[in-house]
Write a protein that binds this ligand. Structure first.
Ligand code: KIV
Ligand code: ZN
Length: 533
C-alpha cells in the first residue's frame, strides 16, 4: 500500500527490514475512544486530534460514526475535508441510512473508507438482533455491497467475532470479502479472548477462508481483562495486517488497545514480530498529552510508554546501572517516544520565539493569536516561578487549545477567604460576551465548594461533581496545579480542566471549562447513540 503521507512514506526504504511486514495502524480515538464516558470532544478538538494523528503517520483515522448525531456527522465531514495524510473512515451499521450517511461524510477525503459492522456471535444474534445466521450473512453482504457502490475501500467487522462459532465466522468473512470488503476486522468486542485464543482464531481464518488473501485481516481488541495489547500483538503474529487502537487506550468501558503500546512493542521487538509501522514514535508523548487534555482522561503515572514514570528509575541499583550503561535497565530511550532530553526549558527572560519553538518541539503549532495569549500567561507564570518546565508549557498550551473553543464564560477576578472556624467566602466575577456578573457567596464546606456555588449561581447551570482531582504539572511547591473535574448535568457526564499556580483558580477554570462544554453542546453526541446498540 502506498502511504498518502509523504513525510512517512520513505520509512521502509530507510530502514533495512527487507523481511518485515508493514502493519497498518487504524486509530479509533475519535470513534471508539470517544465512547469513553465523558470523553466527548467538540469539533475543534476533533480536528486538532485528527491532524496530530495524520502527522504522526496513522494510516487510517476512524473519525466518527456519522449517523449517530449531526455533530458527529459534521466532525467526520470536516476532518475529511481538511485533514491530509491519512485515510478517513466513517463507521456504519449494516443498513442503508447508516452507510449513506457515512459516505456523505467521508467522501471529501482524497482517501476514504466506509467501515460496516454487524454482530455475528450467537448471543448477539439471538438476544440483540433476533436474526438467523442466514439473515446475518444476507444483511452483511447487502451492507458491504452498498458501501462498495460508493467507495472501493470498505471494511467489514463481524461484531463480537471472538465469541462467534468458527464455522459461522468463516462463512461471514468469506461472504463479506466476496461482496467487496478489502479489510475484515475481527473484533474482541467484550475483551474476553486470551492471546492464545486470538492467535488460533486468526490462524484458523488464514487456513480456512479460501479468499482470505483478497483482504487485509485486522484486529480490534478491548481491554476488559487487561489483554487488549497482548491480544492485538498475538493477532499480528498470526498474520493480521492492521491494528485498531486508540491513543492512551481510551475507549468503551476499559478501553481499546493503546496505540503507543502496540507501536512501541512492534518497534522495540522487531526482532520478534518482524513487522513495522509508519508511526513516527517521537510524536507519541505529545499526542498522548493532547488526547488526555481534550478528553479530560488522565494518563496514569505508570502507564507504559507515555506515563510520567515510564522512564523514571528510582532504585539506587537501577540508577547505578543506568549511569554505567543505559541498556542495563532501558529497552527504549525516552527521546524515542517523544519525551524531551531536558525538562528545564525557559525562564522569565525567554522570548516569544523561544516559547513558540519549545511548544513546537512538544508537538503544538500555535496560531499567532494563541501564541500571544500563551506568551502573556507564560510571563505571568515566569514572574511567580523561576524555572518553567515542559509540563508548565504543555499545561498552558493545552488549556489554550481547549479553552479557545466555544468559550462562553471566562474568569475576570475572584477573592477567597477561609479559615478553620468560619464559613468560606468567595467573591467571583465572570464574563460572558459583553456581560460581567459578580456573585458573593458565604457558604460551603471550604473555598473550593464555595467557588462551585458561585460559578453555578452566575452561569445558571447546576452540576453534580462526580470526580475532582488536583495534580502538579511539574516539580516543586510553586508548580502549576492542574484540576481535572468530572461533573454530571442532566444525566450526562462532562469534563473540565483548569491550570494555575493557585488551586482555587484552577478549580474555577476547570469548572468554567466543563460549563462551557455543556453550553456548547447544542446537539447530542455519539454517546447517545451507541453503535453497538
Ligand atoms: O468493539 C467493536 O466490536 C467495535 C465495532 C464497531 C468494530 O467497536
Ligand atoms: Zn470497539
Amino acid at each position: 500500500m502506498s502511504h498518502p503521507n509523504p513525510a512517512r512514506a520513505g520509512k521502509s526504504e530507510e530502514t533495512d527490514h527487507s523481511e518485515s511486514r508493514m502493519i497498518r495502524i487504524f486509530d479509533t480515538t475519535l470513534r471508539d475512544g470517544e465512547q469513553s464516558p465523558g470523553a466527548s470532544m467538540n469539533l475543534a478538538e476533533k480536528l486538532e486530534v485528527a491532524q496530530v494523528l495524520a502527522d504522526m503517520g496513522v494510516d487510517i483515522i476512524e473519525a466518527g460514526f456519522p449517523i449517530a448525531s449531526p455533530g458527529d456527522f459534521e466532525a467526520v465531514k470536516q476532518i475529511a475535508q481538511t485533514v491530509r495524510g491519512s485515510t478517513i473512515c466513517g463507521l456504519a451499521r449494516c443498513n442503508d441510512k447508516d452507510i449513506d450517511a457515512a459516505w456523505e461524510a467521508v467522501k471529501y477525503a482524497p482517501s476514504s473508507r466506509i467501515h460496516v459492522f454487524l454482530a455475528t456471535s450467537a448471543i448477539h444474534r439471538q438476544f440483540k438482533l433476533r436474526m438467523s445466521p442466514d439473515e446475518i450473512v444476507e444483511r452483511a453482504v447487502a451492507g458491504v455491497k452498498r458501501a462498495v457502490s460508493y467507495c472501493d475501500d470498505v471494511e467489514f467487522s463481524p461484531e463480537d467475532a471472538c465469541r462467534t462459532e468458527y464455522d459461522f465466522l468463516c462463512r461471514v468473512v468469506e461472504a463479506a470479502i466476496d461482496a467487496g470488503a478489502r479489510t475484515v476486522n475481527i473484533p474482541d468486542t467484550v475483551g474476553y479472548a486470551t492471546p492464545g485464543e486470538i492467535y488460533d482464531r486468526f490462524r484458523m481464518l488464514q487456513d480456512r477462508v479460501p479468499n482470505i488473501d483478497k483482504a487485509v485481516v485486522s484486529t480490534h481488541c478491548h481491554d476488559d481483562l487487561g489483554m487488549a495489547v497482548a491480544n492485538s500483538l498475538a493477532a499480528v503474529a498470526a498474520g493480521a495486517g492492521q491494528i485498531e487502537c486508540t491513543i492512551n487506550g481510551i475507549g468503551e468501558r476499559a478501553g481499546n488497545a493503546a496505540l503507543e503500546e502496540v507501536v512501541m512493542a512492534i518497534q522495540t521487538r522487531s526482532d520478534f514480530y518482524a513487522c513495522e509501522t509508519r508511526i513516527d514514535s517521537k510524536r507519541l508523548v505529545p499526542a498522548s498529552r493532547l488526547v488526555s487534555k481534550t478528553t479530560g482522561i488522565q494518563v496514569q503515572r505508570n502507564k507504559a510508554i507515555v506515563g510520567r514514570n515510564a522512564f523514571a528509575h528510582e532504585s539506587g541499583i537501577h540508577q547505578d546501572g543506568m549511569l554505567k550503561e543505559r541498556s542495563t535497565y532501558e529497552i527504549m530511550s525516552p527521546e524515542e517516544v517523544g519525551f524531551s532530553k531536558t525538562d528545564l526549558v525557559l525562564g522569565k527572560h525567554s522570548g516569544r520565539a523561544a516559547l513558540a519553538d519549545r511548544a513546537k518541539n512538544l508537538g503544538f503549532t500555535l496560531t499567532g493569536e494563541q501564541l500571544q495569549i500563551v506568551f502573556e500567561q507564560f510571563k505571568v507564570l515566569a514572574d511567580k516561578k523561576k524555572e518553567i518546565y515542559d509540563g508548565d508549557i504543555i499545561a498552558l498550551v493545552q488549556q489554550q487549545i481547549s479553552g479557545s473553543v466555544d468559550e462562553e464564560w471566562t474568569l475576570v477576578d475572584y477573592v477567597v477567604t477561609s479559615g478553620k472556624s468560619r464559613d468560606p467566602y468567595v467573591e467571583l466575577t465572570l464574563r460572558c460576551g459583553d456581560t460581567e456578573a459578580t456573585e458573593c457567596i458565604e457558604l460551603g464546606d471550604g473555598p473550593i465548594d464555595a467557588a462551585f456555588w458561585a460559578v453555578e449561581k452566575i452561569t445558571g447551570i447546576e452540576v453534580v461533581c462526580k470526580d475532582f482531582r488536583v495534580r502538579s504539572a511539574t516539580l516543586g511547591r510553586d508548580a502549576i496545579g492542574e484540576v481535572n473535574l468530572e461533573v454530571e448535568h442532566k444525566g450526562r457526564t462532562y469534563r473540565g480542566v483548569g491550570v494555575s499556580t493557585d488551586s482555587v483558580e484552577s478549580t474555577i477554570l476547570a469548572m468554567l471549562n466543563a460549563i462551557n462544554r455543556i453550553i456548547s453542546e447544542k446537539s447530542p453526541t455519539q454517546n447517545d447513540t451507541h453503535p453497538n446498540a
